[in-house]
Design a protein around this ligand. Structure first.
Ligand code: ADE
Length: 237
């Protein structure tokens, strides 16, 4: 898969290619990351990338033509659907990430300042997504979140083929608690069931924990999905 990111701070976005799971995805050629800076498409001496809003008021907008040209260059490279990251977008969730990962290439536009001209959004943007109900100083971190969440779902990226399947949200539930050595930490012990080697009991315990945690912390997730009879029994017992 190829993801092109249009950003005034490409070196910030490039950091995802430098480490961890996303770095491995890029190194193995499973993810291609293209970076496009609107500043490279300016034509004035000052390489201006911002402009004043009609109607006045505080703050600046991204200058239309450099962003437009950068988007055209990015699309020419990967022909991806254009996603604009902004707090006004639909809120990203794992279902959306899964669809992105299974779909074609993407162009991510990271906004800066007060955002982009509405006509640019209409002409060039296919979808607008937010990573949460808070305001970042730019869309770069949001774009990096999208790249990271997608990369780990691409076939061959994660070491253990199962580990994406066992993630939080894959099944609409939060993840269960996990333990590693030592057996006791400051007097807190690993639950016996995890040491006893009964795999059916372990699976049952993990499912019950995932259900219980979701019920406690994110009841909205349970309301959004139907529980099987088995899950309902586990949650009730
Ligand atoms: N840009 C600024 N804030 C953002 C957010 N919450 N999500 C996506 N892009 C953003």
């Amino acid at each position: 898969m190829r993801i092109d990111v249009v950003s005034l701070f490409p070196s910030l976005v490039a950091a995802v290619a430098g480490c961890g799971v996303t770095g491995r995805a890029v190194d193995r050629g499973l993810l291609q990351l293209g970076l496009w800076n609107p500043r490279d498409y300016t034509v004035d001496r000052h390489r201006t990338v911002d402009d004043r809003p009609y109607g006045g008021g505080p703050g600046m907008l991204m200058k239309v033509e450099p962003v437009r040209q950068a988007l055209h260059a990015a699309r020419a490279a990967g022909n991806g659907k254009v996603i604009y990251l902004s707090p006004q977008g639909r809120r990203l969730d794992q279902a959306a990430v899964r669809e992105f990962a299974a779909g074609g290439n993407l162009v991510l536009l990271a906004g800066r300042y007060e955002g982009i001209d509405e006509r640019l959004a209409r002409l060039e943007v296919d979808e607008e997504w937010s990573i949460g109900d808070y305001v970042l100083s730019g869309g770069e971190l949001a774009a990096m979140v999208v790249v990271d969440a997608i990369a780990r779902l691409l076939p061959g990226v994660l070491g253990d083929a199962d580990s994406a399947e066992q993630d939080s949200f894959m099944d609409g539930l939060l993840d269960c608690p996990h333990y590693t050595r030592p057996e006791a930490v400051a007097g807190l012990r690993v639950p016996d069931v995890l040491r006893e080697g009964n795999h059916a009991e372990i699976a049952r315990w993990r499912r019950k924990q995932a259900l219980g945690r979701t019920w406690e912390r994110r009841p909205d997730l349970l309301e959004a999905r139907a529980l099987s009879d088995d899950d309902r029994r586990l949650l009730d017992e």
